[in-house]
Design a protein around this ligand. Sequence first.
Ligand code: FUB
Length: 323
Amino acid sequence: MATKKRYLFPADYMADPSVHIFNDRVYIYPSHDWECENVENDNGDQYVMKDYHVLSTDDPMNGEVIDHGCALKLEDIPWAGRQMWDNDCQEKDGKYYMYFPLKDKCDIFRIGVAVADCPEGPFIPQPDPIRGSYSMDICVLKDGEDYLMYFGGLWGGQLQRYKDNKALESAYLPEGEEPALPSRVVKLTDDMLQWAEEPKPVYVVDEEGNPLKANDPHRFFEASWVHKHNGKYYFSYSTGDSHLLCYAIGDNPYGPFTYKGVILTPVVGWTTHHSILEYKGKTYLFHHDSVPSGGKSWLRSLKVCELTYNEDGTIQTIEGIDE
Ligand code: FUB
């Protein structure tokens, strides 16, 4: 049977939803797509986002979706160059911390933090990005007392420009049978404003414990998301140029995570990006596609559907294209 899906916010083009429950409501932190004149390229120059809105609802499939308005914009960020891509938000001690990737004035992705008193913002940016930060596509997991940031993405996401958290003289993207480039995970400091340690690679391995290879269509590309289910950690991600959302399961938030399968087959549009949330006894997949814009990959629309686990904890694959 086809999975019932809903376009969450037909009034505007938004993408890359990061979703959390705050004060018993579902808060959605998307990126905000804009029309652009640029030619589409592998650097993602067509993704010209320059602000963030926050949305919320108390019923993802049927309820009203409220747009709380602009929560943070490019011109308010002192170090801003261009392109506010996928953000995430977490709460600690009554404050809300938005983490966002943005290219600085030298066109290098850094990760910024902005702080608010309520989940809908407005968010006030820190004067500088997180020290030593790089790349994009952020997810922050609250794990007990710890807050763990996952980040990184290939091609336009610039992850191939770094090794052991240092910039390379020349970018290096593994090929063929070489191990795929992994996402990164790092603990945040108690004040939520910096990294508390050196980021570590997040390995996705096969059933024998070998890292997935660069030529595997199921390897990590971007859009890390981590959620917990029945005591296990689920690391899910986009495979970029093979256009899948995949997942892997582990016993530890730092991994390794054992590859398990495909969550969502390709959608209309180049990118696929998501989050997974359990709310009021149901599990939801939030994602985007480019159907409403007639396939323009840089004008995406937010979507939601229910996600179903099998008894063994694996996830049933959802079709990305509706009949
Ligand atoms: O929205 C810009 C970029 O496109 C995101 O950072 C990627 O995950 C992809 O969705």
